[in-house]
Design a protein around this ligand. Sequence first.
Ligand SMILES: [Zn+2]
Length: 300
Amino acid sequence: MQELQWVLLMHPISTIKYIAQSAYAFWNPEYCKDDEFGRCSICGNYGRFKHGLVVRPESEIAVSCGWDKQFTEEINITNTLKCRYCASKFRVRCAAESMLKYFWKGKIISVAELLNGISEGRIDANWHALETTANDGIFTGLRSVNNVVRSEYFDNIERGRCKDGVRSEDLQDLTFSDNAFDVVIALDVFEHISDPLKAFAEVRRALKPSGVGIITVPLDRRIIKTKTIAKMDSGKIVYLDKQAYHSDPLRKEGAPVFTEFGMDMVDNLSSLGYNASWDIYKTRRTGVEQRVILLKKVTV
Ligand SMILES: [Zn+2]
């Protein structure tokens, strides 16, 4: 009780906000219908994950082939449930959890804790990560450490050069030497790559023999077979199916979708020199699934 009094005295604004939110939630059950509570695997804080909307039915750029009401709602859930402290979304927290489990088997529970461990010398100094979505990834917004390279696919910056600490990289032609990283992270990137096979080969080349790729793609479980829906021909996009774009913070017009991945993707990746598997996560209230693909490099 004394502790509660201390919290009320020390954090009057948070307390008022909490009481107001609770009252509003009580008055309007819709307010928190799909919200969740839990510990964030990015910042380590415990709190509310807020449901929101990223794909609106009337949106012109955030459409994809075959998207319907059910899948749109799934995308809205996995791309929100945002942490109130670090704004991370459910999909990104799942990928972070997979990475932490793979390397530290539950001993490290957040990416913030991992970065503290690296800077304090408690984590192996030879552990290196490449994150290819610097603006929307598991290291976004956290402190920078030398062991983590953050990159983006910039249109007008020479590959290998940096802009505001973010390196310009194309997954189809990485500027890194062989066996450079323990982990390469590409979250909702591969559907936008015109030659995904080349990119999967590049990730494999850049991984150390014990390394792992951590990948997410929008995955409608009703779609079994992976389909190429666009390709590049003499520098121009040629659509083989209905045009599809996803919203992109770097491009107003959105990012074109080249591949619609299906449930066969893990089998397909196993033939590309990977031992591929996926971790399956579910939201607690809505039961929506997020799959995180783990690509363990197979060396002959
Ligand atoms: Zn967080």
